[in-house]
Design a protein around this ligand. Structure first.
Ligand SMILES: Nc1ncnc2c1ncn2[C@@H]1O[C@H](COP(=O)(O)OP(=O)(O)OP(=O)(O)O)[C@@H](O)[C@H]1O
Ligand SMILES: O=c1[nH]c(=O)c2[nH+]cn([C@@H]3O[C@H](COP(=O)(O)O)[C@@H](O)[C@H]3O)c2[nH]1
Ligand SMILES: NC(=O)CC[C@H](N)C(=O)O
Ligand SMILES: [Mg+2]
Length: 516
């Protein structure tokens, strides 16, 4: 059995898989286990270090999640992150309270003793770098034997350590991409503090997955939901390598696509896909089921179910389809359901939390543990065209989650016109390639305007453009004001029914990228 270098005990943080992913980037093998895993089961894996993740719960609650206390007696280093830090503080005799200052988003880290006398955790880190906080509780009293190794404006205990016991804890999230040198801290913990030297190779991932798909599928057929996005395109290319003509790629026009999208997808796959693409026209079915529904989660569930209904209808037209392949990524999973632990449902992604329990297919989701930028690298290795690899993500529920309230054809048409102008301007200015995602949202808010001396009472559109690497955290793009002005002017002038454009300046967290 291979030794696992680092065990991550999961308290349900949205970011637990990101810890795994950061370690993967450093070729360090780690496994995520539920927080309540018994120490014998942890020991059986022979790890060199333990990381306690963040989580939505509060340590002072009566039913707060706890670790097997013997974890601290295993003689290997422990690193706590956010909830993990608060857990350590209490478990070693300190205290945690609800804070008056909730901290979500950026904070500047001040490393104690910089530059000559810093903790081993911060080796090679610069001082005053940005880290990402997401907490409303804070450590009030430090346990005996612990010292402060970094502070931030609102967190006097941003990082603490007990060198003798080799226990370290961070109030911020080093694993998120927006924590500037967080990856270095995780690397320092694994390599310098825990002494991990083994190397795990990502290069074998693709080969392994293709072989395991071939073995699992046998001579059955696989229906692959293909959207034109990078995730499903990568899955289709992997499947074609694995099973050739047993792949049946299906693109669903759900009536929630952007202007001209169906034609574009059909065109692109005619050239780039070896198996013939089937387009299912399901516009009436989707829009009929969504009529009058305004609750975001209900919309998402309806869309998830209707996708499966359409896939099953199509599958009946072919013999021997047993599997449904989807380009599900880790962020879809973590926001939709609890994985390995007690995480919160943030939103039901149509392809995970939105799946119906009556579904007959077995799922093939080879990208389920990966993040989009990792998938893009695989796409590159598979030789997919650059335009496909670098396309902005577009969610399966499409424009339905960008129209606040109920979804209808006039609103869809209005939004499509605004969206196409936004994308056009971003592409012309070079900002499309520099940003993660850009779209317009129809707010269902009307306001008064004046156009050509006439009063208007029309719709407001919100423009959302974000920068991100993996979609787990994001900041709004600092677009030049003249570009914003041009976008606003063109939308208001060219789209009848819109008289106001606003720009979304929230980060994720605490907001999310999509509005619903
Ligand atoms: N219109 C569609 N027709 C068929 N399958 C779809 C459609 N939209 C989404 N899917 C399925 O749902 C999965 C998840 O959608 P998602 O948008 O996350 O991924 P993607 O479309 O492949 O890539 P991207 O995130 O870059 O848009 C897809 O990988 C695909 O399998
Ligand atoms: O295929 C999808 N089905 C969904 O139900 C879904 N919801 C959000 N997204 C995309 O996921 C990323 C993170 O979005 P949020 O910050 O809004 O959760 C962003 O890129 C979103 O566009 C989805 N993709
Ligand atoms: N992200 C976290 O781990 C949060 C921990 C705890 N729930 C808090 O709010 O402080
Ligand atoms: Mg998509």
């Amino acid at each position: 059995m291979t030794n696992v270098s680092i065990i991550v005990l999961d308290f349900g943080s949205q970011y637990t898989q990101l810890i795994a992913r950061r370690l993967r980037e450093d070729k360090i093998y780690c496994e995520i286990l539920p927080y309540h895993t018994k120490v014998e089961d942890i020991q059986a894996k022979n790890p060199k270090g333990i990381i306690l993740s963040g989580g939505p719960s509060s340590v002072y609650n009566e039913d707060a999640y706890e670790v097997d206390k013997d974890v601290y007696k295993m003689g290997i280093p422990v690193l706590g992150i956010c909830y993990g830090m608060q857990r350590i503080a209490v478990d070693f005799g300190g205290s945690v309270i609800r804070s008056d200052h909730h901290e979500y988003g950026k904070a500047e880290l001040d490393i104690v003793g910089y530059p000559d006398n810093i903790s081993a955790l911060f080796k090679d880190c610069d001082n005053h770098r940005i880290v990402w906080m997401s907490h409303s509780d804070r450590v009030e009293t430090l346990p005996d034997g612990f010292k402060v190794i970094a502070t931030s404006e609102n967190s006097p205990y941003a990082a603490i350590a007990n060198d003798e016991k080799r226990v370290y804890a961070l109030q911020f999230h080093p694993e998120v991409q927006h924590s500037e040198e967080g990856y270095l801290m995780l690397r320092n913990f694994a390599k310098n503090i825990c002494g991990v030297t083994e190397k795990w190779k990502m290069e074998h991932f693709l080969k392994q997955q293709i072989e395991s798909i071939r073995e699992r599928v046998g001579d059955a057929k696989v229906l692959c939901g293909l959207s034109g996005g990078v995730d499903s395109s990568v899955v289709a290319a992997m499947l074609y390598e694995a099973i050739g003509d047993q792949l049946i790629p299906v693109f669903v026009d759900n009536g929630l696509l952007r202007k001209g999208e169906r034609e574009q997808v059909e065109e692109v796959f005619k050239i780039n896909l070896k198996a013939p693409l089937i387009t299912v026209d399901a516009v009436d079915n989707f829009l009929g089921k969504l009529a009058g529904v305004s609750d975001p989660e209900q919309k998402r569930k309806i869309i998830g179910h209707t996708f499966i209904e359409e896939f099953e209808k199509e599958a009946k037209k072919h013999d021997g389809i047993k599997f449904l392949a989807q380009g599900t990524l880790y962020p879809d999973v973590i926001e939709s359901i609890s994985v390995n632990g007690p995480s919160e449902v943030i939103k039901s992604h149509h392809n995970v939390g939105g799946l119906p329990d009556w579904m007959d297919f077995e799922l093939i989701e080879p990208l389920r543990e990966l993040f989009k930028d990792e998938v893009r690298k695989i796409g590159f290795e598979l030789g997919l065209p650059e335009g496909m690899i670098n396309r902005h993500p577009f969610p399966g529920p499409g424009l339905a989650i960008r129209i606040m309230g109920d979804v209808n054809v006039p609103d869809l048409d209005l939004l499509r016109e605004a969206d196409v102008i936004l994308l056009d301007e971003l592409k012309a200015s070079g900002y499309y390639a520099k940003t993660w995602q850009a779209f317009a949202v129809l707010l269902n808010v009307k306001s008064v305007g004046v156009m050509g001396d006439n009063r208007t009472y029309d719709n407001t559109v919100c423009v959302r453009v974000v920068e991100a690497v993996d979609g787990m955290t994001a900041t709004f793009a600092h677009l030049p004001h003249d570009l914003l002005e041009r976008i606003s002017r063109r939308i208001i002038n060219e789209v009848d029914g819109i008289n106001r454009v606003v720009y979304d300046i929230s980060s994720k967290p605490p907001a999310t990228i999509e509005w619903e």
